[in-house]
Design a protein around this ligand. Structure first.
Ligand code: AMP
Ligand code: MG
Length: 378
């Protein structure tokens, strides 16, 4: 055996060997300083993006997995790192209003009003794209999704990267979006050049997506910017028919919505009904499931959590505190995975409380997707 090979085998630790075999790279993990953005790390991260590399970074919604949006190779790398189908388009993140016109052909009056009111912030607009945006970034579409995040580190990173960063959520395809850096590390260590750890994100659910290529504009994904808020600026707004149900034969208008997203490993069902009936039903189900050898979990409002007997009962926050519920939901789904919970029941939020337009709509949309639309009415 040649000398070099023997020495290599003796000195490399086992995990490093695995990295080589699986084509994994060394990922630099940097904790951003509290409060303000960490200049040196952000400059370095910007250089990585400009050179065609990938950087995961915090935003106000969830962690993003960034690449240069105008470089087709970067977008290909994003799809590969996430294991995401390449017809599921990426959102392009900008940091200056004037950059919107550089990547879109027609910024309508309505788009201008929305940008003026909600940017920087958790709103994504679909607009016709310019040729400068490669098809690799838009999943082959002639439209592009654009957002200007308000997170200060994200804004600086985008600036240092040249102004256009394609960034889907920094999770492996089909896993809940990461709300903490430890979840990004779990999914992306070895797959990206750098991970910027900015602590817990503020909102916890992905941006609202509104399609401005149709009239009236249509909500493709509900989020922190609610239907009511959009209506206050635009007048009439429609909702994509597939947000809360799966009508037969109707394809969702945001290509990403046809994929099963946000799925915990355990089987998840949502239970709707009066409080007492829901508690009684879930307790009887989890008792039975436990006898059958399942590890059981419950997602409950703080007010009812103590009434459940499952192995892992997670309080998602006070029923009225939708911001807390949004922030906590994805973390809970990941905790069930860590604890190997195999059967999960969730109370219903927002929708059951009659919240058709508020943040509860976004919470329920994500919960329904995580549950593969399994709903039990008791
Ligand atoms: P993520 O990047 O994981 O937050 O997902 C981005 C979402 O935006 C996906 O569900 C996409 O389908 C949607 N999206 C991105 N670009 C477009 C577009 N041009 N038209 C419609 N939906 C889009
Ligand atoms: Mg995502």
């Amino acid at each position: 055996m040649p000398n070099g090979v023997g020495r290599w085998k003796e000195t490399r630790p086992a995990w490093d060997f695995e990295r080589q075999m699986c084509n994994l790279m060394d990922t630099k993990i940097v904790r951003l300083k509290e409060g303000d953005a960490d200049e040196e790390a952000l400059l370095q991260a910007g250089e990585i993006l400009k050179a065609g590399g990938l950087v995961a970074f915090p935003t106000e919604t969830v962690y993003g997995l960034g690449g240069d949006a105008l470089n087709p190779d970067s977008s290909r790398k994003i799809y590969a790192a996430k294991g995401r189908p390449s017809d599921n388009p990426l959102i392009v993140h900008i940091c200056r209003m004037e950059d919107l016109e550089k990547i879109t052909t027609c910024v309508s009056e309505k788009a201008r009003r929305l940008a003026a009111r909600f940017w920087p912030g958790p709103l994504t607009m679909i607009l016709p794209k310019r040729g400068i945006v490669p098809k690799e970034t838009t999943g082959g579409l002639e439209t592009v999704a654009v957002r200007m995040p308000s997170h200060p580190a994200a804004a600086k990173l985008i600036e240092y990267a040249g102004g256009f960063v394609a960034a889907p959520s920094a999770n492996l395809s089909g896993r809940p979006s990461p709300t903490l850096a430890k979840y990004v590390i779990e999914d992306m260590d070895g797959r990206v050049d750098m991970i910027l750890d900015g602590g817990q994100v503020g909102i916890g659910l992905e941006s609202t997506i509104v399609d401005l290529t149709v009239d009236p504009p249509q909500i493709l994904r509900p989020g922190y910017i609610t239907g009511e808020m959009l209506e206050s600026v635009l007048g009439e707004v429609e909702e994509d028919a597939t947000l809360f149900s799966v009508p037969e034969g109707q394809a969702p208008r945001a290509p990403g919505m046809k994929y099963r997203h946000y799925a915990p490993k355990g089987d998840l069902a949502i239970v709707q009904g009066t409080e007492d009936e829901v508690v009684k039903y879930i307790n009887s189900q989890t008792d039975q499931c436990r006898l059958a050898g399942e590890k059981t979990g419950v997602i409950a409002a703080a007010e009812t959590a103590e009434r459940y007997r499952a192995d892992a009962v997670k309080s998602v926050g006070g029923r009225e505190d939708e911001e807390a519920i949004a922030r906590r939901l994805y973390g809970i789904l990941r905790e069930f995975d860590e604890e190997n919970v195999t059967k999960i029941y969730s109370e219903s939020f927002g929708e059951a409380a009659g919240d058709r337009k508020g943040l509860g709509q976004a919470i329920m949309n994500r919960l329904l997707k995580a549950a593969g639309h399994q709903v039990v009415r008791v």
